[in-house]
Write a protein that binds this ligand. Structure first.
Ligand code: ADP
Length: 608
């Protein structure tokens, strides 16, 4: 219930809207009941020659009882028939039915529209909430959480919630009103017959409910299996190159065959129960109707006036009209349960606290003045220490290169500077103040990152360069592209700066993508630059272009450069050699070559 209310709260003004919904629903049900009830006098006109009957007087006292209502109705009704004749009465009744049905359905339309409006608002606002929450989470979260899992929250769970909101309003809130109103009518027609009917219902209801319970268990297994299939597909399409290169097609086929076979088995078992439930409930339903017909028919034939034929017909009409709302109600409960389970999964994401967030009264960083310092920094992702005892000062305006064997901890060290992670030991300071003291956005504003995999988005070249910035002038973008050696190739593309670059920039070469990423950094113009193997994925021609672009970019900035190719960082002010998470050597290129240690060994291997 708490979860359900939380879902509804996503629709602004939900309380008054639900009230409105109720109002429409109640009025709508009353009108439909009215039109169903009109069948009774109509039958009376057709079968019972009331024309000759004497007109009963109006009741003397007014009270809310069936006898009084009936007498009042008969007084006017029989009077009307005798005055205008049965034909005209029939016509009036038919017009009455049409008017009532139009009003009832207009209200139904309004009621459904209200429910749908609540639904679409919930869905939109909830999606935005998940997205805004997920994007505020720290990088570490995305390592632990499967991407597919998050996607499934967004799509499957969201559509579960969507269906459930609409269904729950229309069925769980509204149908009880219908049922209560109709049941009241049934009781007024004949309480005996109604009680008799009510005793029969649990018998069939129980049987069908058991089938449905089993179905639900299977449906869950089926969904989980589908999730795994989607995951395999995702991996397969993403890794097509590797699968082909390693001839792993059969391996992957086997994997998907196992899963789809399981899925088939579960679905077959679902189908058996599913297909059984409808014929079974129809047979049971008709058995009940037959019993009611027999019992009620006998009451009519008894001739004691306990149940008039038209009343019996009216009873059957109301009874039949209750079956669908009853089914809707039970389906609605199921869908409500499914929806709240899905919503619970979504809320667990929304309620995740980011591991890295702003402190209260965080300092807004306006300018970077002195330098960055690592003090006794240690870091672990889980079990092993990836960084140990790191002490490092990066002064403003200097370039520090991080080199060493892969897995040594270079990227991890660089990730600590924009606070993608916080160190597990020691601290990182900027201008003498610990990074957590600064407001995150302002801290990241002074930094630019260019990585090996340049991250581009399916948008125009212009928007990719201006990414994340507002009110960017065209000439600034062009200037940035020129500094990044990208202008020439950009103007040669079909629509220049307005060319769409495809999914993740797939229409561009590696070097072109990299230069766009550099142009983005130039435009941002941050005082601190982090370059993570920015040239390592390129051929030598593009590398030269990119390297020139980087040199332009690094002018007058503080740079932390992770380099695989040592030739690119020879001019760095300090080169730090990291191995197994520790700084094993440090100094200028010349000094390190002199030292005859790991750096020299690495550079000799690369020269060879
Ligand atoms: P380098 O950049 O020098 O190649 P990294 O900083 O990428 O080194 O990695 C250092 C170590 O941390 C490696 O042993 C790597 O396996 C581990 N590592 C890197 N990223 C993660 C992660 N997200 N979760 C767990 N371990 C990681």
């Amino acid at each position: 219930m708490k979860i359900y209310l939380r879902i509804l709260r996503y629709a602004p003004g939900y309380a008054s809207r639900i009230l409105k919904f109720f109002l429409y629903a109640i009025l709508g049900v009353v009108f439909s009941a009215g039109y169903l009830a009109l069948t009774m006098p109509m039958l009376k006109v057709l079968f019972d020659p009331v024309v000759s009957a004497s007109v009963p007087p109006l009741p003397e006292t007014f009270e809310l009882s069936r006898a009084v209502a009936e007498q009042t109705f008969n007084h006017y009704f029989i009077g009307f028939v005798q005055q205008y004749g049965p034909h005209n009465t029939l016509l009036i009744i038919c017009i009455g039915i049409v008017v009532l049905i139009i009003m009832g359905n207009t209200l139904r339309y309004l009621e459904r529209l209200t429910a749908s409006r609540i639904k679409v608002d919930v869905v939109k606002n909830m999606r935005m909430d998940i997205f805004s929450k997920v994007s505020s989470l720290d990088i570490g979260y995305f390592n632990n959480q499967r991407k597919g899992d998050l996607m499934s929250r967004f799509t499957n769970d969201m559509s579960e919630v969507e269906g459930s909101v609409a269904n729950s309003l229309k069925s769980v809130l509204k149908e009880p009103i219908t049922l209560i109103v109709y049941l009241t009518v049934l009781f007024t027609i004949s309480y005996k017959l109604t009680l008799f009917t009510l005793i029969l219902l649990p018998v069939t209801g129980g049987l069908v409910a058991e089938i449905i319970k089993r179905l639900k268990r299977k449906a869950k297994q089926s969904q989980e299996s589908m999730g795994r299939i989607v995951n395999i597909l995702d991996e397969t399409f993403g890794g097509m190159r590797v699968i082909k290169a390693f001839n792993a097609r059969n391996f992957i086929l086997k994997k998907i065959d196992d899963e789809t076979s399981y899925h088939r088995k579960v679905n077959l078992s679902i189908a058996r129960k599913n297909e059984l439930s409808s014929p079974l409930s129809e047979v049971l339903g008709v058995i009940i109707v037959a019993i009611i017909l027999y019992y009620g028919g006998n009451l009519v034939l008894g001739g004691s006036g306990e149940l008039e034929p038209q009343e019996f017909m009216g009873f059957l009409v109301f009874y039949a009209s209750m079956i669908q709302p009853a089914k809707n109600f039970s389906n609605g409960i199921t869908s409500l349960q499914k929806g709240t389970v899905a919503a619970d999964r979504i809320f667990r994401i929304i309620d995740t606290e980011p591991a890295i967030k702003n402190k209260e009264n965080a300092i807004v960083l306006h300018a970077f003045n002195n330098g960055i310092e690592f003090r006794q920094v240690g870091f672990t992702y889980g079990a092993d220490m990836v960084l140990k005892n790191i002490n490092l000062k990066i002064e403003r305006g200097k370039t520090v290169a991080l080199v060493g064997p892969s897995g040594g901890g270079k990227s991890t060290l660089a990730d600590l500077i924009p606070r993608f992670y916080d160190p597990t030991q020691g601290e990182v300071l900027l201008d003498g103040i610990g990074l957590p003291e600064y407001e995150l956005e302002s801290l990241r504003r002074v930094m630019g990152v260019v990585t090996q995999e340049s991250i581009l988005f399916n948008d125009t070249i212009f928007n990719n360069i201006a990414f994340g910035m507002e009110n960017v002038k065209e000439e600034d973008v062009i200037h940035a592209a020129k500094v990044a050696n990208a202008h020439d190739f950009i103007v040669q593309t079909e629509h220049g700066y307005q060319t769409y670059i495809g999914d993740r920039g797939s229409k561009l070469s590696g070097g072109q993508r990299q230069r766009l990423a550099i142009a983005r950094a130039v435009l941002k113009n941050p005082p601190i630059l982090i370059l993570d193997e920015a040239t390592s994925a390129l051929d030598s021609e593009s590398e030269r272009l990119v390297q020139d672009a980087l040199t332009n970019l690094m002018k007058n900035r503080t740079s932390i450069v992770i380099a695989h190719r040592l030739s690119t960082i020879q001019h760095a002010d300090e080169i730090v050699v990291l191995q197994d998470g520790q700084i094993v050597e440090r100094g200028t290129h010349a000094a390190l070559v002199q030292q005859n240690g790991l750096y020299r060994k690495l550079s000799e291997i690369q020269k060879a």
